[in-house]
Design a protein around this ligand. Structure first.
Ligand code: E4P
Length: 214
């Protein structure tokens, strides 16, 4: 499974890139708004650190506007995936952009039918938001399971990005289902590494090493 970092924060991106396990980055307007940097400069700076796909969201409403905005965003770096919210206008834009070879990440996916339509239009990625479904008492991971099964049934190339991840178990469950990618906030990425028994084990080994005759 590929790991994307769900952030627009350069320090977080540089840190996880240094771990050697970073496959890409996803941003959205809310994440970008937290950073104290002009939007285009920020995306270009992320492009200098990350070689995998960098998702950047379109905010336009009509297909012609989305296409125009996406073409501009795609110029910010060679590895931009334009993020387009699922909608009829979005589908029209995905068809045009994917035909031009621009990677599209269809975002705000909350049903398998939306994922099927995005894939048919040519999206490179679909992003089901599982945490937001969990928040309204729906099992988000069931949606991932449905989409992965459907894409396998028809050998669809569109990759599934499990988004809106809240804790390490979400990552493990996504991997068990066989999702292509998890996009993970920094706080969760950090938790993936840690286990209290690992800390206790390291302490004990270090203490015992002190007793070894050298
Ligand atoms: C994914 O592409 C989104 O940026 C993100 O996962 C949304 O997560 P949230 O529901 O925690 O805002």
């Amino acid at each position: 499974m590929k790991f994307f970092l769900d952030t627009a924060n350069l320090n977080e991106i540089r840190e996880v890139a240094s771990w050697g396990i970073l496959d890409g980055v996803t941003t959205n307007p809310s994440l970008v708004a937290k950073e104290n940097m002009p939007f285009k400069d920020l995306i270009k700076a992320i492009g200098e650190v990350v070689s995998g796909p960098i998702s950047v969201e379109c905010i336009s409403g009509t297909a012609p506007e989305i296409v125009k905005e996406a073409r501009e965003l795609a110029k910010l770096a060679s590895n931009i995936a334009v993020k387009i919210p699922i909608a009829i206008e979005g589908l029209k834009a995905i068809k045009v952009l994917s035909g031009e070879g621009i990677m599209v990440n269809t975002t705000l996916i909350f049903s398998a039918s939306q994922a099927i339509l995005a894939a048919k239009a040519g999206a490179k990625f679909v992003s089901p938001f599982i945490g937001r479904l969990d928040d309204v008492s729906q099992e988000g991971m069931e949606l991932v399971e449905e989409i992965v099964t459907i894409f396998e049934n028809y050998r669809v190339d569109t990759e599934v990005i499990v988004a809106s991840i809240r804790h390490p178990r979400h990552v493990v469950d996504a991997a068990l289902i066989g999702a292509d990618i998890a996009t993970i906030p920094f706080s969760v990425m950090d938790k993936l590494v840690k286990h209290p028994l690992t800390d206790i084990g390291m302490d004990r080994f270090l203490k015992d090493w002190g007793k070894v005759k050298k």
